[in-house]
Design a binder for this molecule. Structure first.
Ligand SMILES: Cc1cc2nc3c(=O)[nH]c(=O)nc-3n(C[C@H](O)[C@H](O)[C@H](O)COP(=O)(O)O)c2cc1C
Ligand code: SF4
Length: 499
């Protein structure tokens, strides 16, 4: 019995991160001196004002005169809960209502919405097709209605739709079966995701067709009331893969010009077919090579160098020093986005499939992840620093920053500081909106935070879908706590640590 207990404890240690949870730091001084110890600087305002003085309550004016009512944004957060024909379910509608009740005035995309069936990341992803338009119109309206009920005005609420094709990570028919569409053979991702060496890459003609589908999808989005579309270029999905297609021959690979052709042609098509529709791009503005768990389950960066000694497959990464960031191409991309007249950019990073600690800093990894190889606070600070540097190069774009949820109780202080000092235009909430949708409204009203609802980055909202279930905040949202999936996740954690 004693041995069993010891072994159990040992196994538990291996599954629990060694970094202190951020909730341990009870005062600003404690937090800031810990950040100093880590060698990071964290923008921080001790005095978080409420509206109307708060920096977060300032309006934002787009160049065309459209007002966005405050500086909170809701990230796209999919739920793996659409119907098999790509329509919203009751769970989808509930999530979008929560986006509306958050009080944030910029809704970035709602959630990933596939432009065609074989481009879905899972069989329950939303699709924007002729057959789903009416339902997606109702979904958007549900968000607007909820917002109106609570905040009266919706004139200053800007809602976009995130258009996606999942590329290498398509699973359109079965939750566990990848049916990838790849742009090039990746020396590390191919073996990790079992892509055969002779697997066909998308042809230039297939890409030309897909561009047409994006433009048709944008037209539908505009027709059902969205005021912008996001031409998604993040997280390892197809748009993002174009940016690193350095080895691809033909019109869509090789030079920076070719690697951005997909984006430019979609933008040009939307401009001519959808007058008045604004365009945003959510982009993984830097990337690192893939990480895998080491023998202690801690994330370790994989090594690869080509014949020139480079790792050229991380957009925004330094090819000479894999794992380091180099912003030349991201800055060139921002120049391009401004030249072609897009209005908004949302800075994300990495991919939840191959380096999740970069995309979503978390204390507890999801079931397919690994223990963080760095304090998650370092990951948050990296996002903030890069986004601030890039915002200097994006004066004609509304900029949105990601990965603030890990800050937890300190999110209001950091959000206030980054917006007040012009480091970013909007602070966006991802996981936090699942556990505590009203956080932006509470901050703006100067209310104390509802501590029991603050996302503690347990990652169950990712573990659920990784195990074939719908997403949701199972630990903290009373609604999801009562669903049968909550028990399955709880039990699966027990199995992980039982002998
Ligand atoms: C359950 C879940 C669903 C997500 N869905 C999307 C999505 O549909 N589109 C997208 O661009 N990012 C998606 N993300 C990433 C988030 O938008 C966000 O970038 C990430 O969670 C980091 O922000 P946070 O620290 O505020 O959570 C998702 C993340 C989670 C955990
Ligand atoms: S399950 Fe809830 S607490 Fe955990 S990361 Fe997701 S939103 Fe946060």
């Amino acid at each position: 019995m004693a041995i069993k207990r010891q072994l159990l404890e040992l196994r538990c240690e291996m599954t629990i991160t060694s970094y202190p949870p951020i909730s341990r730091y009870k005062t600003a001084d404690e937090l800031l001196s810990y950040a100093k110890e880590l060698g990071i600087s964290l923008p921080f305002d001790e005095d978080v004002r409420s509206a109307p003085e708060s920096a977060m309550a300032q309006q934002y004016l787009l160049p065309d005169g459209r007002i966005i009512g405050n500086r909170f944004c809701i990230q796209p957060m999919e739920g793996w809960d659409a119907t098999a024909d790509g329509k919203p379910s009751q769970l989808t509608i509930r999530r979008w209502r929560n986006f509306g009740r958050s009080g944030a005035k910029l809704i970035w995309g709602g959630e990933a919405t596939a432009v065609r069936p074989d481009g879905r990341a899972n069989p329950n992803q939303l699709m924007i097709l002729d057959e789903t338009m009416a339902d997606i119109e109702d979904l958007r309206q549900a968000l607007v209605d909820e917002h109106k009920t609570r905040y009266a005005s919706t004139d200053d609420l800007l809602i976009g739709l995130q258009l996606t094709h999942s590329g290498r990570f398509c699973r359109p028919n079965e939750k566990t079966r990848l049916e990838p569409k790849i742009l090039y053979h990746h020396p590390l991702l191919d073996p990790i995701f079992n892509t055969p060496v002779d697997y066909p890459v998308m042809t230039d003609m297939e890409i030309d067709d897909l561009i047409g589908e994006y433009i048709r999808a944008a037209k539908r989005a505009q027709k059902v009331g969205f005021e912008f579309v996001d031409v998604k270029h993040c997280h390892g999905y197809l748009g993002h893969e174009f940016l690193s297609a350095v080895d691809r021959p033909g019109s869509y690979g090789g030079s920076f010009e070719n690697r951005t052709r997909f984006l430019r042609e979609i933008v040009a098509g939307i401009r001519s077919e959808c007058p008045g529709l604004r365009i945003g791009v959510r982009v993984s503005i830097f990337d690192l090579p893939p990480f895998r768990p080491d023998e202690n389950n801690i994330g370790k960066m994989l090594e690869y160098r080509d014949e020139n000694g480079h790792y050229p497959y991380a957009f925004g990464g330094d090819p000479d020093c894999p794992g380091q960031i180099k912003l030349d191409e991201p800055i060139a991309l921002l120049d391009l986005l401004q030249k072609i007249g897009t209005e908004l950019v949302n800075f994300s990073a990495g991919s939840p499939y191959y380096n999740p600690h970069i995309t979503r800093p978390a204390h507890y990894p999801p079931s397919d992840g690994y223990l963080p190889p760095e304090d998650p606070l370092i990951g948050v600070a990296r996002h903030i620093k890069v986004a601030a540097e890039l915002t200097k190069h994006a004066r004609h774009l509304a900029t949105v920053g990601s990965a603030y949820t890990y800050l937890q109780d300190w999110l209001p202080n950091v959000a206030h500081a980054v917006v007040r000092s012009g480091m970013i235009d909007f602070v966006a909430l991802g996981r936090m909106v699942l556990s505590y949708p009203e956080m932006p409204a509470d901050i703006l009203a100067g209310k104390p935070l509802a501590r029991k609802r603050i996302c503690r980055t347990f990652s169950d909202c990712t573990t659920g879908p990784r195990k074939g279930m719908v997403s949701g905040c199972y630990p903290l949202d009373e609604f999801y706590k009562l669903r049968p999936e909550a028990l399955v996740i709880k039990e699966s954690k027990k199995v992980n640590i039982s002998l």
